[in-house]
Design a protein around this ligand. Structure first.
Ligand SMILES: Cc1ncc(COP(=O)(O)O)c(C=O)c1O
Length: 387
């Protein structure tokens, strides 16, 4: 029998891994052998969803058949999200501009497909959440790296944007940022928004870490540009990672294009999660108490790590990450993280996930877990550094 010709694998699938998920696999494989593992690689809130969300989910299972919802999301949830903008930012948002998505991750796919064509160029400031560039690449859109560093506190600026060559069709900003925790001040965000408006650049703001801040509340880009696209979701402040629910807010002209894409790509976001999420907006006191845990975790790390030689971080004004320079220890932080996991069971994320040029000199510690986990992780790391 002749060998059949080998079947093609599309080049567009040849994107970089989301390394954190590979580290999570390795850490879980280790835990499955009975070894003791502390997860500080993944940005997953330790506490789980609020009790009222769980109660709403239990009730929905018995009450409704949980069929598909409208492709743009349950109207009650879209209205609740719109009210959230009034409550938190004093911004009036038309529920018709709110789209419920399969996580913020699903919102990126819809946004990138609706806003950009293959070959368009979108600026991705790095270090950044790796899915921005990887998703853009899979869709045939060029991710233009804008390298950031301590000189601008890891923040993008108009001057840095203007120094880039070639046409630019879009810009992604995240404040608070993953992995650095830095935040754009309102005037800095406004300046970027006005620049994008003047130049016809589509501005996309990932606001998924809003609500998780330590010095001042985060400003929404919608205060400065009603044509910007906001992406947010229930995974971080609302502690609902596995429920796979997010949202986007887009100008009216993009809603029908996004609806067509959503109908065909996803049909609808998970119905059970949508029903439950409506209850999440009434749980602010419980959710704000989680921020106190992150604040305590943050303080524990900021106290424990400098005496052990880890003392160069981005400012950690928000989110639940500490992005630490480890260049005095290694020029291969992926190897360092794997050695650390093998030796101690502590899982961290190597910087290569977030920055293709300088990431090998950084690691990211997630302090989203419980205080016991983070304190134990800090002890393990310090003991290992001092070995
Ligand atoms: C900056 C940022 N945006 C988006 C996401 C994806 O969130 P979701 O779980 O809603 O898909 C993450 C997850 O870690 C993130 O850190």
């Amino acid at each position: 029998m002749s060998t059949p010709p080998s079947l093609k694998i599309a080049k567009r699938s040849a994107i970089d891994p989301f390394i954190v998920m590979d580290v999570l696999n390795a850490a879980n494989a280790r835990a499955a052998t009975g070894a003791d593992v502390i997860h500080m690689e993944v940005g997953e809130p330790g506490g789980g969803p609020p009790e009222a969300v769980l109660a709403a989910a239990r009730q929905a299972i018995g009450r409704i058949p949980l069929g598909y919802t409208e492709a743009l999301g349950r109207p009650q949830l879209r209205a609740a999200i719109a009210r959230h903008y009034d409550h938190v930012y004093g911004l009036s948002i038309d529920p018709a501009q709110v789209v419920v998505t399969v996580g913020a991750s699903g919102a990126f796919v819809l946004t990138f497909l609706a806003a950009f064509d293959p070959g368009d160029r979108v600026v991705v400031p790095e270090p950044a959440f790796p899915a921005y560039k990887n998703t853009l690449r899979a869709l045939g859109v060029e991710a233009v790296r804008l390298g950031l560093g301590p000189a601008t506190a890891f923040k993008p600026t108009v001057a840095l944007l203007e120094a880039l060559d070639g046409p630019i069709h879009g810009l992604i900003v995240a404040s608070p940022s993953n992995p650095t925790g830095t935040m754009l001040q309102p005037d800095e965000l406004a300046e970027l928004a006005h620049h994008c408006r003047r130049r016809g650049i589509r501005l996309i703001a990932d606001e998924i870490y809003h609500g998780i801040t330590y010095r001042q509340a985060a400003a929404s880009v919608l205060a400065y540009d009603r044509d910007a696209i906001v992406i947010n979701g229930f995974s971080k402040y609302f502690c609902m990672t596995g429920w796979r629910l997010g949202w986007l807010i887009a100008p009216q002209s993009l809603i029908r294009p996004i609806e067509l894409l959503a109908q065909n790509l996803f049909i609808s976001a998970p119905t059970l999660a949508q029903e439950a999420a409506i209850a999440a907006f009434a749980c602010r006191a419980e959710l704000d108490a989680r921020i106190d845990v992150y604040r305590q975790n943050r303080a524990t790390l900021l106290k424990a790590l400098p005496p052990a030689g880890l003392d160069r971080f981005a400012p950690v004004d928000g989110a639940f990450y500490l992005y630490a320079d480890v260049s005095h220890l290694t020029d291969d932080s992926t190897a360092l993280c794997s050695e650390l996991l093998q030796a101690t069971g502590l899982a961290l994320a190597p910087g290569a996930d977030f920055d293709s040029e300088h990431g090998d000199r950084f690691v990211r510690l997630s302090f989203a877990g419980t205080h016991e986990q983070v304190a134990a992780g800090a002890d393990r790391l310090v003991a290992w550094l001092r070995r």
